[in-house]
Design a protein around this ligand. Structure first.
Ligand code: SF4
Length: 411
């Protein structure tokens, strides 16, 4: 039976692999049947790379364990994945790669986020699925072609609810037999950290992107420690957030707190100041940003050519449609100049949130559906609009509702 560990490079993965290879956790298989595989997102901390290089790689090398590193080939699913390194390739035409960390592929999650003008969402782990789960699934398809194998999932002992959710999902993949050995062994997160400290004399770093929104919960002190040691992580978090907030000022990395606020309160103002330079260095575009705040219950009519309103004009529900359309491209400074010049011809009000100005042409207000319209400068590449957007926009504008009081530039 072949065995795969999807190795996230964090505490749980490192504890299980070390426990097995040091003979302190049961394995019950031949080590020659074990493959350790990591999906690289491209935005991990230098501390993770250093811990893996100093401790995991020598251990795997000493025991002859196969280590594979994979990543997305591009932002498009059609392009599939690339193998960045494989120390024992199953393909005989490939020479084994040396044991070394390859921390990113041709693309990184941060590039996708800049180009989309967004940040990872606390409400979903879409980024994790796209940049890790999807990549690992494609690799397993290529590698096993549905053959039975044990799949080690490094959930700590307290993560039984995650195990219950994961089990159904895992069993749906042909040949995949999930195994949760840390839960079986009763090793919780604190035990894993303690064992890693005992073996390696370090606080094993949390494995995550420097801008991950999930790191600011109870563990926020550790995040501040990592940010202090690696200011590049603060710069990336703040510049990604600023770019996203130019398009949607409500976006904050940690839900109710912005990365910028957290960094400043932690005394990391210098790194925050450098974030502006990171944004200035990227090609920019001037965008028309339009939103339709729909009314709960509205829907297409039976002909499919028009729409029917929901019952309550004050209830905007949760469905918001957005259109981003670039109208000019250049450097960030040029685009900011153009934004200011647009006020002379279009009217509106310039508003600045966390250093990012917007030319507000129309604000949304009840009754719903209602529309919002402004111009903003953000990193190039974010143009996006769902096919029926213009049709719905026109319909909303032709409704005989008392319209927004400050409709400064409706079109
Ligand atoms: S570490 Fe956080 S930001 Fe990075 S892929 Fe995972 S969930 Fe997304």
């Amino acid at each position: 039976m072949r065995v795969t560990q999807t190795h996230g490079m964090g505490v749980d993965s490192a504890a299980w692999l070390s426990g097995v290879l040091r003979g302190e956790l049961p394995f019950g298989h031949d080590l020659a049947d074990l493959t350790v595989v990591t999906a690289m997102v491209g935005d991990e901390s230098a501390a993770t790379a250093a811990a893996m290089t100093a401790h995991m790689l020598p251990l795997m090398r000493a025991h002859g364990v196969r280590y594979v590193q994979v990543a997305r080939a591009s932002m498009r699913d059609e392009d599939g994945i690339v193998v960045l390194s494989d120390t024992h390739p199953s393909d005989p035409s490939r020479r084994p790669d040396p044991y070394r960390m390859v921390m990113r592929g041709a693309v990184a999650l941060s590039e996708e986020l800049y180009a989309a003008g967004t940040i990872p969402q606390l409400a979903s782990r879409t980024c994790s699925h796209k940049w890790k789960g999807w990549v690992l699934d494609r690799w397993a398809e290529q590698e096993y072609d549905g053959a039975p194998r044990r799949h080690v999932v490094g959930f700590a002992a307290e993560e039984t609810r995650r195990r219950d959710r994961d089990e159904g999902y895992s069993l749906a993949s042909p040949g995949k037999q999930p195994w949760y050995p840390l839960i079986e062994a009763g090793w919780d997160r604190e035990r894993c950290l303690a064992e890693l400290r005992r073996w390696y004399g370090i606080e094993w770093p949390r494995s995550c992107c420097g801008f991950c929104p999930y790191q600011a919960g109870p563990d926020i002190a550790r995040m501040i420690h990592r940010w202090s040691a690696e200011p590049a992580q603060v710069r990336a978090a703040v510049s990604l957030e600023r770019n996203a907030r130019a398009i949607n000022p409500r976006m904050m990395l940690f839900g109710d707190r912005s990365a910028e606020q957290v960094a400043r309160r932690a005394g990391l103002g210098d790194a925050v100041a450098q974030a502006a330079a990171d944004l200035d260095a990227r090609p920019a575009e001037l965008y028309e940003v339009r939103r339709i705040y729909r009314r709960r219950g509205d829907r297409r009519d039976s002909t499919g050519r028009s729409w029917v309103l929901g019952p309550d004009p004050a209830d905007k529900g949760r469905d918001v449609w957005r259109s981003l359309r670039a109208i000019a491209a250049g450097s960030r400074a040029e685009m900011l100049e153009l934004l200011a010049a647009q006020q002379a011809t279009r009217g509106g009000t310039i508003e600045t949130v966390d250093g990012a100005p917007r030319l507000v042409l129309q604000r949304a207000a009840p009754p719903y559906p209602a529309t919002e319209f402004y111009l903003a400068v953000a990193v190039a590449g974010a143009t996006k609009q769902r096919p029926a957007f213009d049709e719905l926009w026109r319909w909303v504008h032709h409704l005989d509702l008392p319209r927004q009081l400050d409709a400064l530039g409706a079109r």
